[in-house]
Design a protein around this ligand. Structure first.
Ligand code: HAM
Length: 430
């Protein structure tokens, strides 16, 4: 048997129904805030991610699915979407005109990490990007959008962590001071010994417990913010004053493009992989990727982690009508009827095997049918069908002509359940 690749999960029904409901809510909230959907390829030139995320990050250094295509070009399965949103808006000239450009995108990302609960090699993100303004109002709006979405989804116990990573100017002094501190301490892990010289900020993101302990006395970025960055950060906090947020001066993100506001939403119930969403500003990224000097910010929610946190509510689907037919001609009639019901907007199905009435009824039951329509040779002759209400077990024989309005009437009163109530239309006698 060929199995799925390690760290890559199948998402199966009825779970897919929950995913659809979450994505629908996300689409609604994005629309409220003026975001448009953008759909992007899964494969990009490797250079796009190397240049934007940063050579020294774990993602670029160890986790990308990179290979040469048949013409020898290095391509990479996207590990994140921000860089490619920027690539796409530049390439398609979507930045022209006034106003903030707002895009969202949903879909799979790929990182060759060690799989564990909440960490996969293919995972899904709900991604939000706003380009064109450095106003603190936009930072606050993006964070409020995230919180609103999580709240609508019924997410309870989460914490919002906030920090500012400053601009390149104020990062310069911080970097020098941090590098000094890192040199003064001994015992850093192998990676951090290298990062000390190449990109000291990345040491702050090290997952090793020992390095984390060594970092306890390290300088914090907030103490090095230039007046403009300090002012920006204060404004963002003031605009979010009504929200419960925690300042997290040691919060750095695993990608190099961040400037100023950075944030994460964490949930302790998730265990070690506790970040359900993360994001921030990337004011230098558009320019870095060959565009104008335009600021931007955004976030991504990890959908697998989100699903883990959501209350396991049953999602509703349309009640189902199931057709039961006995005999070749009744089956043909049921098949035509099936199409008519679907055209009329009624979710309906039938058994495609020539099985007994009992077997077909049992399938109808297993499918959660609300109504069953039964037809056999006798009903064919009289141009009637038997309509059975699966909740009350009441049955009545009705002319075929009256079936559609009767179904609509009965289904209107039906409570749909999580898998859909199936109304069964079929032929019994035969
Ligand atoms: P990130 O923090 O790398 O940010 O990922 C965002 C979220 O994706 C994480 O908080 C987590 O929930 C989820 N995630 C990341 N890696 C995995 C994994 N291996 N398995 C399962 N879930 C995972 C970004 O990707 C940025 N592009 C976010 C952003 C958008 N910043 C600005 N705009």
């Amino acid at each position: 048997m060929i199995t799925a690749i390690r760290g890559m999960k199948d998402i199966l029904p009825p779970e897919t129904r929950r995913w659809q409901a979450v994505e629908q809510t996300a689409r609604e909230v994005f629309a409220l805030y003026g975001y448009q959907e953008i759909r992007l390829p899964l494969l990009e030139r490797t250079e796009l991610f190397a240049r934007s995320i940063g050579q020294e990050t774990d993602i670029v250094a160890k986790e990308m699915y990179t290979f040469l295509d048949r013409r020898g070009e290095s391509v990479t399965l996207r590990p994140e979407a921000t860089a490619q949103v920027v690539r796409a808006v530049l390439e398609n000239r979507l930045l022209h005109g006034a106003g903030v450009k707002k895009y969202y995108t949903l879909g799979p990302m790929f990182r060759y990490e060690r799989p564990q609960k909440g960490r996969y090699r293919q995972f899904h993100q709900i991604n939000c990007e706003a380009l064109g303004s450095d106003a603190p109002e936009l930072d606050a709006e993006v964070i409020l959008l995230l919180l609103e979405l999580l709240q609508r989804l019924g997410l309870g116990q989460v914490r919002l962590l906030l920090n500012s990573l400053g601009c390149p100017a104020c990062q310069q002094e911080f970097r020098a001071r941090l590098a000094l501190y890192l040199r003064q301490q001994t015992g850093w892990c192998h990676d951090c010994q290298r990062r000390r010289d190449t990109n000291p900020l990345r040491v702050l993101d090290c997952k090793s417990q020992h390095c984390r302990e060594l970092l306890a006395g390290a300088p914090v970025m907030l103490d090095f913010l230039c007046p403009a960055c300090k002012q920006h950060y204060s404004r963002v906090k003031a605009l979010l004053a009504a929200q419960t947020l925690e300042e997290a001066p040691r919060l750095v993100r695993g990608l190099d493009y961040y400037t100023r506001t950075t944030f994460e939403v964490v949930a302790t119930s998730l265990g070690a992989q506790d970040a359900v969403a993360g994001g921030g500003r990337y004011n230098g990224l558009v320019k870095e990727l060959g565009g104008p000097d335009l600021p931007g910010l955004g976030f991504a929610i990890g959908q697998e982690r989100l699903m883990e946190l959501l209350p396991n509510k049953e999602t509703k689907s349309s009640p189902l009508v199931f057709l039961v037919a006995l005999g070749t001609q009744p089956r043909e009639r049921a098949f035509r009827l099936l199409q008519q019901l679907r055209q009329a907007g009624l979710a309906s199905d039938m058994d495609f095997e020539e099985r007994s009435l009992k077997a077909q009824m049992s399938l109808a039951h297993r499918r959660g049918a609300a109504l069953v329509v039964i037809m056999g040779e006798r009903e064919l002759e009289t141009d009637e069908v038997i309509l059975r209400d699966m909740t009350t077990s009441r049955q009545q024989t009705i002319p075929t002509d009256c079936l559609l309005p009767r179904l609509a009437e009965q289904l209107a009163g039906c409570q749909s359940n999580s898998f859909g109530n199936t109304a069964i239309i079929g032929g019994v006698t035969g």
